[in-house]
Design a binder for this molecule. Structure first.
Ligand code: ATP
Length: 351
């Protein structure tokens, strides 16, 4: 097992900059996820780690080993892609065995023992003689995972492995991948555009945007303390406002969003951008309250998501009971606003 370090990795294709300058350190045994919208550079980053792309500048290191010029088959990486890429004419066991074409099974195992132990690991012990088309999508992806793990790689790379599956299968596979990764303790780098999946499965995430890393952190830190407006709006749902600080008072500064003043704890600068999660907005008013019109109400099972119009601004609210009137008064505590720009909410949130 190794740690993986990307230092100033840049990638250009004929004048198109796919990666600006990516620096990431993935710890040994960590489950690390690259998450971001389509085209932000996730796959290019993964391909640079795998050795399918040479960076235009910067370096990739596995442990102390510099990877420049090392071909993919010599990097000790296991890779799982979105489209299972199983061989249809081979059985499940033969597909897993294909993962051993470059090297012998690790430890003292025979080839057949290794294949069987991997099939057990991915809960397919009795499926060795089946052909891929006799399996569900989730089972096929588990075969692909077993094949990637067969040679005992140092690093596991997963590129949107669940995106072709329906929601229920995705949930099941997510749980299994998580269990297998923590059982094996293998350094894992996972790519997804699905922020919910990223938060659920990872030790840490890197949120990417336009070929850059916007923020790296534990899921709960990135969710609670986004560093930028992009992260605030991409990771989960959020309400982001900008305003001018009109007074500094104990208990929070007064910030005017157009003609409406809010008390915001931790605002220091003249211009402040802050966000409030939909679940932090309440329907019982309070100090920082405003009137808004209910546009739509969606039932999500455990809660209602309410879209509001506040003087032409869209505001999202998450509550356990649907509002009964068309006009509502919503509010939030000064401490529940997270400042993105123009102050700090760090100390308050650590209380
Ligand atoms: P998706 O989720 O859609 O796969 P991504 O975040 O993985 O997106 P990349 O595939 O890494 O994004 O692409 C990053 C940028 O680099 C995009 O603008 C893409 O068009 C560009 N790009 C990727 N590969 C090439 C290539 N071979 N030639 C030219 N441009 C490329």
């Amino acid at each position: 097992m190794v740690d993986v370090r990307l230092s100033g990795v840049r990638k250009e294709y004929d004048g198109v900059t796919a990666l600006e300058e990516i620096s990431i350190h993935v710890a040994n045994g960590e489950f690390f996820t690259l998450v971001g919208p389509s085209g932000c550079g996730k796959t290019t980053t993964l391909r640079a780690i795998a050795g399918f792309e040479e960076p235009t500048a910067g370096t990739v290191q596995f442990g102390n080993r510099e990877m420049t010029g090392v071909p993919p088959e010599n990097r000790d990486v296991g890779i799982v892609f979105q489209n299972y890429a199983l061989f249809p004419h081979m059985t499940v066991a033969e597909n897993v065995g294909y993962g051993l074409r470059f090297r012998d099974p690790p430890g003292a195992m025979t080839r057949d023992e290794r294949i069987q132990s991997l099939l057990e690991l991915v809960d397919l012990a009795d499926f060795g003689n089946r052909k891929p088309d006799e399996l569900s999508g989730g089972q096929q992806q588990r075969v692909a995972l077993a094949r990637a793990l067969a040679p005992g790689p140092d690093v596991l790379l997963l590129d949107e492995p669940m995106s072709a599956l329906d929601a229920r299968l995705r949930d099941d596979l997510r749980t299994q991948v998580s269990r297998i990764q923590s059982d094996l303790g293998i350094t894992t780098i996972y790519v997804t555009h699905d922020q919910e999946e990223a938060l659920a499965i990872s030790d840490r995430v890197a949120v990417m945007h336009d070929g850059r890393v916007e923020q790296i952190g534990r899921p709960e830190d990135v969710y609670r303390r986004p560093d930028s407006r992009f992260v605030a709006e991409f990771v989960g749902e959020n309400n982001v406002f900008s305003g001018d600080t009109v007074a500094h008072e104990t208990g929070g500064s007064l910030v005017a969003v157009d003609d409406h003043e809010f008390r915001i704890a931790g605002a220091t600068d003249d211009r402040v951008t802050f966000c409030i999660r939909p679940e932090a907005l309440r329907l019982d008013g309070g100090e920082n309250s405003f009137s808004a019109t209910v546009e739509t109400v969606e039932f999500l099972g455990e809660a209602f998501r309410v879209h509001l119009d506040w003087d032409g601004r869209r505001v999202m609210l998450r509550v356990s009971e649907a509002p009964e009137s068309e006009t509502v008064r919503v509010g939030f505590d000064p401490e529940d606003a997270h400042i993105i720009d123009g102050g700090t909410t760090e100390l308050i949130e650590q209380r």
